[in-house]
Ligand binder design. Structure first.
Ligand code: HEC
Length: 177
């Protein structure tokens, strides 16, 4: 036995359902547009890096690099700190080239997951992506030197595994986590 609404026929119910779906779709589009609006305000200093970030990184770290709890850390502070020292700059290049695996602490939050490697992207693309992260997301000071493709090339010549990248990070961070 099929259920029929006593006052509306099945046809009317179907139209109402379609209308509800259309309203929901329009609402979702509006929310998405609003969520991306802040990005449109300030011009990115590294637009090519921004495009690469949206393609390769945003699905885990979020479109504005705020991170996702238990999935991927925020990129709004540490990258700027790393970019200020030679070993920190190596750390950034290593993370993108070889990924990272193991427990890390960022701010008050723990992450224990796997960052995939991006060795398939060339040195210029990785440098641009890192510069977007360091300067556009983490707001590094203007006197910090942008990462150069040569710095990526240097680390590409000495492969590490993702656990070793995490160990190198640990050696850099005060408190050792
Ligand atoms: C599949 C999800 C995923 C993708 C895609 C991804 N990451 Fe990550 N990323 C992670 C995780 C997870 C960690 C932390 C790894 C850990 O727990 O050891 C991380 C760590 C990092 C770190 C180190 C942060 C710190 O404080 O040391 C940087 C920098 C970073 N990612 C940048 C990027 C960039 C740039 C891209 C795109 C090219 C990218 N990630 C793509 C998941 C991802």
């Amino acid at each position: 036995m099929t259920h029929r609404c006593p006052r509306w026929g099945g046809h009317t119910v179907r139209i109402l359902r379609v209308t509800a779906a259309a309203v929901l779709a329009a609402f979702t589009a509006l929310v998405t547009a609003l969520a991306y609006a802040p990005d449109a305000r300030a011009a990115d200093a590294y637009p090519q890096g921004a495009a690469a970030f949206q393609t390769n990184c945003a699905m885990c770290h979020g479109p504005a690099g705020a991170g996702v709890p238990a999935l991927a850390p925020p990129l709004l502070a540490e990258p700027a700190r790393f970019a200020a020292s030679p070993e920190g700059r190596r750390q950034l290049a290593l993370t993108l080239l070889y990924g990272m695996f193991g427990d890390i602490t960022v701010g008050q939050s723990h992450f224990n997951s796997q960052m995939p490697d991006f060795a398939r992207l060339d040195d210029a693309a990785l440098a641009a992506t890192l510069n977007f992260v360091v300067f556009d997301l983490a707001h590094a000071a203007a006197e910090i030197r942008p990462l150069a493709p040569e710095e990526i090339a240097t680390e590409r010549a000495h492969p590490l595994d993702a656990a070793a990248v995490r160990a190198h990070r640990k050696s850099l961070v005060a408190g050792g986590s």
